[in-house]
Design a binder for this molecule. Structure first.
Ligand code: 5GP
Length: 198
């Protein structure tokens, strides 16, 4: 059976990665969105096990110690990591898997899985990024400032990704993400097994 595609989405907090993730999920039946483990506290409206697995620092250390994470990183004072087993199981079953992770974690995944599809999502400007973060109304002033600083430094790593989407108009950004996935699925190598009758 053909393995699913591992898709990495990164970009500053507020760039609109969720739009891209939704577009990819809509296009790929059965695609799995990897639910990360995090030590950050739950925001209003978030659900444990759906948005994140909210864990203590001790539980997170245990996941690292038992090799339960595909990658992990510290971001704005909290730990975030991708539980390995569900991702590997889904890929094995032939489903696409989407990771919404920051750049340090993305680098680890690219090292382990060079065939992963990587997309960096950036805002049209840093002023717009700030406006979007404030409009969310869920972050403290201190958190917003840290996320903006972090966002600027993350954008410096945009060059290590295969694709870049400037998320100015949401519909256009979503269409670009869908086009990327379509192109990836049409890559010649992915179809050679069909020609061989496998
Ligand atoms: P937030 O706190 O806004 O939900 O996420 C902050 C940042 O953490 C985002 O850039 C998001 O992509 C990243 N992130 C979420 N889950 C993971 C993960 O499992 N690993 C890594 N390395 N970053 C993650």
């Amino acid at each position: 059976m053909k393995q699913g595609k591992l898709i990495i989405i990164s970009g500053p907090s507020g760039a609109g990665k969720t739009t891209i993730v939704q577009a990819l999920l809509a296009q790929s039946p059965g695609a799995y969105f990897s639910v990360s483990a995090t030590t950050r506290s739950m925001r209003t409206g978030e659900k444990d096990g759906v948005d994140y697995r909210f864990v203590s620092r001790e539980q997170f250390q245990e996941l690292i110690r038992t090799d339960g994470l595909l990658e992990w990183a510290e971001y704005v004072g909290n730990y975030y990591g991708t539980p390995a087993k569900p991702v590997l199981d889904k890929l094995e079953q032939g489903f696409d898997v989407i990771l919404d992770i920051e750049t340090k974690g993305a680098k680890q995944v690219m090292g382990k899985y060079p065939e992963a599809v990587s997309i960096f999502v950036c805002p049209p400007s840093f002023a717009e990024l700030e406006r979007r973060l404030r409009a969310r109304g869920t972050n403290t002033e201190e958190d917003i400032r840290r996320r903006l600083t972090q966002g600027r430094s993350e954008c410096k790593n945009a060059g290590m990704y295969t694709y870049l989407i400037v998320n100015d108009v949401q519909e256009k950004a979503a269409a670009e993400a869908a086009a990327i996935l379509t192109a990836e699925k049409c890559k010649n190598k992915a179809h050679l097994s069909v020609l061989k009758g496998e």
